[in-house]
Design a protein around this ligand. Structure first.
Ligand code: AMP
Ligand code: MG
Length: 417
């Protein structure tokens, strides 16, 4: 890591701006200015896709009482040991009903799936294995204790079954319901503003004048922001002008964070870098990764700001390796159960993939599963302007600095979801 020599005032403490930082260090620096975490309590029926702010402990035992896993008859196993036995039916146990009468020797109780087990019963016979004649039932099949669902066999009252940072979706929502939660405390969705910069950019669908290109990064970034559980606010792109940039950043500083794209390289027109250096509070500039080397992080009027590279692939890659973990770390997302846009996996390379001197190498790869193994290969050229390559591939290598990947080797990778 090199020190640029520039020293900036932050929160009353002078901290040098760091330049050319490794990936881990970049994340550490950014997390010193986390995304603000606020919580709110909402009804469970509005909670799909939201992230739990607190662990949830069950309000009830699950199951609440011993009950039947089958429609059939509750019996005493000892009555059904030899041959077809005939028992007297003394009652019915229905779901939602009262505790049924106890059964004694030679007796049975008709029972529904989920209905409470009568006292005295210790096994269930499936209705398919019985023949009923008035108040008598003949047992033709096995009486199984395994057809009884025991009180609290899934969860005990007070047991924490959902950790903080878990996304509420199908199974987690249903479990919150099972445990008795009508309302849940969730992380408020932060709003993240997205701003593309560049004189050449026009919205897709409009007429192109000479030298203009369609703006695309903001769409990718907004999608990734939403997938990470935040609200994306896309602003129209701004020209390469210090005044326009300043006015727009001021306007956007009311959001919880700002992502810009473009204007962070060495060029004269790389004004995001310049304005952050001169008027913002810059924590680092440039990362030792390829592609995506030029990003910066700092604050603009106290609002955390990532300056992502303009090259379309680079901006996405930097989001994956830096912004997504920053959001997850700031908001306390659970590693397995929380929102995420990639999964770290080990893959077998199908071809040689060169690493990068001094840099973490994030080559685009297509990961496929074959015979229980994950195989990875490249399929298009790797230019950082080639958005098609991000569609043709579904992963990124994580080749450490100065490390080439050889065909047949197992390497770490991110599998993008
Ligand atoms: P810059 O980082 O501003 O030098 O931009 C690098 C390259 O990415 C240039 O070819 C830009 O035209 C292109 N680019 C920058 N921003 C965007 C954007 N929002 N959408 C598509 N291409 C972009
Ligand atoms: Mg530019």
């Amino acid at each position: 890591m090199q020190d640029s020599g520039i020293t900036l005032q932050r929160g009353g403490v002078s901290q040098p701006m760091e330049q050319g930082v490794h990936h881990d260090r970049a994340l550490e620096i950014a997390l010193a200015n986390p995304l603000a975490k606020n919580v709110e309590t909402i009804p469970i029926d509005h909670a799909n896709g939201r992230v739990l702010a607190k662990p949830l402990a069950s309000y009830v035992d699950d199951p609440r009482f011993d009950n039947s896993a089958m429609d059939g008859f509750a019996v005493r196993a000892s009555d059904c040991k030899e041959g077809p036995s005939t028992l007297t039916v003394v009652g019915v146990s229905q779901t939602g009903g009262e505790q049924p009468p106890a059964i004694g020797p030679g007796q049975a109780c008709r029972i529904m799936t989920g209905a409470p087990l009568p006292e005295g019963a210790d096994a269930i016979v499936m209705v398919e294995d019985t023949k009923v004649d008035g108040t008598r039932v003949t047992i033709l099949g096995p009486a199984r204790t395994g057809y009884i669902r025991r009180r609290a066999e899934n969860l005990s009252k007070g047991q924490e079954a959902l950790p903080p940072g878990a996304t509420l979706s199908s199974a987690t929502l249903a479990l919150a319901g099972t445990m008795g939660y009508g309302e849940v405390e969730v992380v408020k969705r932060p709003t993240i503003a997205i701003l593309s910069t560049g004189d050449e950019l026009v919205p897709p669908g409009s007429e192109l004048a000479p030298g203009q290109i369609y703006e695309s990064n903001s769409h990718a970034l907004a999608s990734l922001v939403e997938s990470m559980g935040c609200h994306a606010v896309r602003h129209e792109s701004v020209a390469d002008s210090m005044d326009e940039l300043r006015t727009t950043l001021d306007k956007l500083s009311g959001h919880d964070a700002i992502l810009t794209s473009g204007g962070v390289s060495m060029g004269e027109w790389d004004l995001v870098r310049r304005i952050m250096e001169e008027e913002g509070d810059l924590s680092f500039w440039r990362m030792r990764i390829r592609p995506g080397g030029p990003p910066l992080f700092g604050t603009w009027r106290e609002t955390p700001l990532f300056g992502l590279p303009g090259n379309p692939v680079s901006s996405l890659v930097v989001f994956h390796v830096l912004v997504a973990p920053w959001i997850a770390g700031s908001l306390g997302y659970h590693r397995e159960l929380g929102p995420r846009i990639s999964r770290r996996v080990s893959v077998i390379l199908e071809e040689d993939i060169p690493g990068a001197p001094g840099k973490l190498c994030l080559r685009r790869i297509r990961i496929r599963s074959e015979d229980g193994q994950l195989l990875a290969a490249t399929h298009t050229h790797q230019g950082s302007g080639n958005m098609h390559s991000m569609v043709a591939h579904n992963g990124l290598t994580l080749l450490p600095p100065d490390t080439d990947g050889k065909a047949g080797e197992v390497v770490d990778a991110l599998w993008l979801v």
